[in-house]
Design a protein around this ligand. Structure first.
Ligand SMILES: *Cc1c(COP(=O)(O)O)cnc(C)c1O
Length: 349
């Protein structure tokens, strides 16, 4: 069968490409002597890899980070393998063979990964050293191992655990990283994520790795005035109805109308990333009117109190996706707010 194009979706993700490009340039400038790369894992933090890559390349980004090998083909559509680093590294001979076939450099995280890389033929790679997060990366005590000494390390990396806080862990990690730097011969050094960039020049080295702040996240107050919002969410009204006092709303009837009121059912739900926690205090906008979310959020729908608004079926409402504010309201992290965004949005500028 010849399947026709589906009609436009009843939910839209608006992505401000100018703001995204501006954010990259801002973070590159704030990186001082270092260049900024870009973390584009998880489908460009949920925005869509095909949307973010051309904009980031246009702005000047030249080094891209993904987590999984499955994310490489999507990035290769836009740039060469040499500019892509895979943070999870090589866990198998298949991973190493794929890296070679694509010209992508793995980030080696352990002695096991170093051996896999050597057995597949070796050559340039990156090396992640753990500086105190104890998540992913070689323990500093193992830097002297011959398997590490034999690596051709392009970039030596480490990752900050608490850069979004004024924590003693930041200088402690910096000191451990500096120690590692003295033990490894690498062409470039990289430590800072978005928040790390705001910690100052000591943390910048040669290459920074912003992710969150590119997409409008504000992990530290210093970035609040310079980072622009990138994402907005809009969803259509499916139905409007009038309730009597005492009528029950939504799954499990957690809301009871205290008075006669008009409510609207909006085409967005937890399958789109608007998790149930948004229900406690969240609201949509229709023109000047604020429409508080009432009742439980469903998989595909949200019910709102229309108040005095003249909202009609088919109208689009705005869910503010100012990330610091949305994080306050929903209790979700700014990262979760981005990476939970579902697949059903029309993604456009
Ligand atoms: C995700 C990630 C980043 C980007 O971090 P943000 O906090 O989003 O800026 C940088 N480096 C590594 C190793 C990462 O995993």
């Amino acid at each position: 069968m010849n399947i026709p194009e589906p009609p436009p979706a009843t939910l839209r993700l608006r992505i401000d490409a100018d703001a995204l490009a501006d954010n990259w340039r801002t973070l590159d400038r704030l990186s001082g002597q270092a260049r900024a790369g870009a973390a584009v894992k998880a489908d460009g933090y949920g925005l869509g890899i095909d949307t973010v890559m051309p904009t980031l390349l246009g702005a000047g980004a030249r080094q891209f980070f993904v987590a999984h090998w499955s994310e490489v083909p999507g990035v290769l559509e836009h740039t060469s393998g040499a500019k892509i680093a895979v943070l999870h590294g090589v866990s198998s001979a298949q991973d190493a063979a794929f890296a070679r076939a694509c010209g992508v450099l793995p980030v080696i995280n352990s002695l096991h990964q170093a051996r896999i890389w050597h057995e597949s033929g070796g050559g340039p790679c990156h090396l992640m050293v753990d500086s105190g997060m104890n998540r992913l990366g070689l323990e500093p005590g193992k830097l002297g191992d011959p398997a590490i000494g034999a690596l051709q390390v392009h970039t030596l990396l480490s990752h900050l655990a608490s850069a979004d806080e004024d924590s003693d862990q930041n200088p402690a990690q910096l000191a451990i990283f500096r120690q590692a730097v003295s033990q490894v011969s690498a062409r470039e050094l990289s430590l800072a994520n978005s928040a790390g960039i705001a910690l100052g020049a000591d943390y910048h080295f040669d290459l920074t790795r912003p992710g969150l702040a590119l997409y409008g996240g504000v992990p530290r107050e210093e970035l609040a005035t310079s980072i622009r919002q990138v994402v907005s969410v809009e969803a259509a009204v499916l139905q409007v109805r009038d309730l009597q006092a005492g009528d029950l709303v939504g799954y499990n009837a957690i809301y009871r109308a205290p008075r006669p009121m008009r409510v609207a059912t909006i085409s967005i739900g937890y399958a789109d990333g608007i998790l149930r926690s948004w229900g406690e205090g969240g609201a949509l906008q229709h023109g000047e009117s604020t429409l508080p979310i009432i009742g439980r959020i469903s998989m595909d729908m949200i019910i709102v109190d229309c108040g005095q608004s003249d909202v009609r079926e088919g109208d689009f409402c705005l869910l503010s996706y100012d990330l610091p504010q949305a994080s306050q309201i929903s209790g979700l992290s700014q990262y979760e707010l981005l990476t939970n965004l579902g697949q059903r949005f029309d993604r456009s500028g």
